[in-house]
Design a protein around this ligand. Sequence first.
Ligand code: CP
Length: 327
Amino acid sequence: MATLTQLNPQGRLRHLITLEGLGKELITGLMDAAERYLTRPGALPARDDSLKGRTVANLFFEPSTRTRASFELAAKRLSADVINLDVDMSSRAKGESILDTIYTLEAMQADVFVLRDSEPGIPAYIAEHVRPHVSVLNAGEAHLSHPTQGLLDALTIRQRFRDFTQLRVAIVGDIEHSRVARSAITVLRTLKVGAIHLIGPEEFMPSSIEFPGLQQFPDLEAGMRDAHVVMALRIQRERIVEGTGSLGQGEYFRRFGLTVERLRLAHPDAIVMHPGPMNRNVEISDDVADGQRSVIRQQVTNGVAVRMAVLSAIAESMGATTPAARG
Ligand code: CP
């Protein structure tokens, strides 16, 4: 990322690799654009021709339900052609490098690559190698970054609480292995959130995230007191090396599970978030996940709108590059 800029010379978004370094104005603009793509329940989804003639390739080298489906829907609702590469059946399984896979799809005139990979650095690496008119969107990079999730989380919070500076946000669980937590913290810092409480067992606390409004709590009750937003996280077992992640599921739920009783400690208007996939009755009880405070399904709805906003912003930066004029 040292040499890569996410913005084109006109200051428009060309790639979305990380929320780090993106200003409040750009982030707020993306949230505003996403709001315009939301329609009332039961109405037809919003559509436009922002990506007409463009091709979006979804390359998910890790499992996904929400991000993959919502990027596909977002691209189709913006009139793009969409390729969903079945990675297990792709030539990467025969030893092809990811860059050769990208070059192959680029040769078929793919314009946007949506990438999820377990290896740190892959989205930036690909962005450094694609042709000038091509964009790369990070759909989940190892434990490091999930920028569209950060944006949809910020939008979901803003729909309930307009002023971030007054908010106390509690993030509960496996923060060390969570790209969702890192991107949420980044966007909340940019939006000048009042306080962030990181709650979980010591083995899940990150060592490398520090700023003045951030505090760590080994005790759920203390950390959750008066929180306006409570975000539960899944234990990322796929990223836990042997010897850590020592709490059994029952013990974890007893100490850190979100329950109705514990939520009474939060602010009376508190909302409950979870990026999904949820492990019910491990990090969150059924009645909290499905309860009145839960905005978990709204997060999913917002995810499509945010991805439409990001794709539409990318389309604007491609504006001058008509298919016939590609370099
Ligand atoms: N929140 C999220 O990234 O979910 P998926 O893994 O299902 O895409």
